[in-house]
Design a binder for this molecule. Structure first.
Ligand SMILES: Cc1cc2nc3c(=O)[nH]c(=O)nc-3n(C[C@H](O)[C@H](O)[C@H](O)COP(=O)(O)OP(=O)(O)OC[C@H]3O[C@@H](n4cnc5c(N)ncnc54)[C@H](O)[C@@H]3O)c2cc1C
Length: 386
């Protein structure tokens, strides 16, 4: 499409920031509009696999400045003893790294790149309320922090407004569905061994993940399990004593990490079925959590959001019309997203097996070599951006 096509990106989370950069790098002028008056990272840790690091490098991000730690392996441990069940290499076959980092460090790097990009105009404090067709363009309505209203026209609108997407709601798409699982997130603020890589404890019905962030000065810790009725399962702060009680039969080292951690936050997990194509509005494309919020069991939500943004810019850049752009986009993304979601569902089943089956799982995993387990994810990590 013509480089004079106006591009509007709604939402400046990881998806929106990287999409805006991808469009700008492809030669488009981008309007990036965010409802918050200040951009703050929610949550702490993030794993970035080789597939997404290739996109970030393509966007010109200096990965060396992310205070990230390079992981060589994911170590799967027994929940009760901490015994190593399997060690899975995660570095891609072309040598691309696998990083763990604080999400604020990624957001800051993306934001700095956006600020330095003259083709992007970022507006904060303006909340999108809906979208309609306006001739060949789209008209997107906003409410500003002071209550005033305004509308922006664009040929292409990228909906990157997260799991509670207002754009999706305005079109009548079903809202996110509670998965029934909850993540308790916390950090341990003391130096850790960067060599530890990513560690995951697989238990009956629950799992836990720990990895270094902030150049190894902090450990990110996430416990995940079924949501109950307790106050500690509601969104917001959770008491560590209750978590220690719930995980009391688990590996003593994991309990030590929980004990040493700062405040814990409960984060009920919701998902979105990825069927958000508005055929009567061909210039509108949903990306990231707004399109397909997924459970974090393959650590791919942000990765898919960033891949989406890159692919949307590629699809629009080489298309003859908005409809053609949407077709190019879905031709590249749909199968991949389906496969990732299938893998996430598989991890959920395997990680959360009940007691007798969990023991059988540990035995079976123990018989497989790390290399053969890594091959299961080759298709995911070896992806290269179009
Ligand atoms: C416990 C946990 C661990 C995770 N770990 C990983 C991991 O290791 N690796 C990984 O790749 N992913 C991981 N994820 C997933 C990842 O965090 C998300 O998929 C990703 O952050 C989604 O980014 P987004 O930009 O699509 O959405 P969001 O981060 O929700 O951003 C949406 C943006 O839109 C703005 N917005 C919302 N509504 C409006 C509106 N009406 N108008 C204007 N702006 C609006 C919001 O303020 C926000 O800035 C994890 C998730 C969880 C819960």
């Amino acid at each position: 499409m013509e480089r004079s096509t106006a591009i509007l990106v709604v939402g400046a989370g990881i998806a929106g920031l990287s999409a805006a950069l991808a469009f700008a790098r492809a030669g488009f002028a981008v309007d990036l509009v965010e409802r918050s008056s200040r951009l703050e990272a929610v949550g702490a840790g993030l794993q970035l696999s080789p597939n997404v690091l290739r996109v970030l490098a393509g966007l010109g991000l200096d990965l060396g400045r992310l205070n990230a730690v390079a992981a060589r392996t994911v170590t799967l441990r027994s929940s009760s003893s901490g015994r190593v069940i399997a060690t899975v290499p995660v570095v891609s076959s072309d040598g691309t790294a696998y990083l763990s980092l604080h999400r604020a460090d990624l957001q800051r790097a993306l934001l700095d790149a956006v600020a330095a990009e003259p083709r992007i105009a970022l507006t904060l404090g303006s909340r999108c309320t809906g979208v309609t067709r306006d001739g060949t363009d789209l008209a997107v309505a906003f409410q500003n922090a002071d209550g005033s209203l305004n509308s922006r026209r664009a040929g292409v609108v990228i909906a990157a407004d997260g799991v509670g997407s207002a754009l999706a709601a305005s079109l009548g798409f079903p809202s996110a569905v509670a998965s029934g699982d909850v993540a308790w997130r916390m950090t341990v603020d003391r130096p850790c061994s960067p060599q530890a890589g990513i560690e995951a404890w697989l238990g009956p019905k629950r799992h836990a993940v720990a990895y270094p962030i902030q150049s190894g000065q902090t450990t990110n810790l996430v416990l995940i399990g079924p949501r109950g009725d307790a106050a500690d399962d509601l969104p917001g702060s959770a008491t560590k004593a209750a978590l220690l009680q719930r995980f009391r039969r688990w590996d003593r080292r994991l309990l030590g990490l929980i004990d040493a951690a700062g405040p814990a936050m409960a984060w009920p997990l919701s998902t979105i079925e990825p069927d958000r194509s508005a055929r009567h509005l061909p210039g509108l494309m949903f990306i990231g959590d707004a399109a397909h919020a997924m459970l974090p069991y393959a650590a791919q939500g942000a990765a898919m959001a960033i891949e989406d943004g890159w692919t949307a810019a590629w699809a629009v850049g080489g298309a003859t019309s908005p409809r053609d752009a949407a077709e190019r986009y879905h031709a590249v993304r749909d199968n991949r997203l389906r496969r990732v979601r299938k893998r996430v569902a598989f991890h959920r089943r395997v990680y959360h097996l009940p007691a007798p089956l969990a023991l059988a799982r540990d035995t079976v995993l123990g018989f497989r070599s790390g290399e053969s387990l890594a091959r299961d994810l080759g298709w995911l990590y070896d992806w290269t951006p179009p």
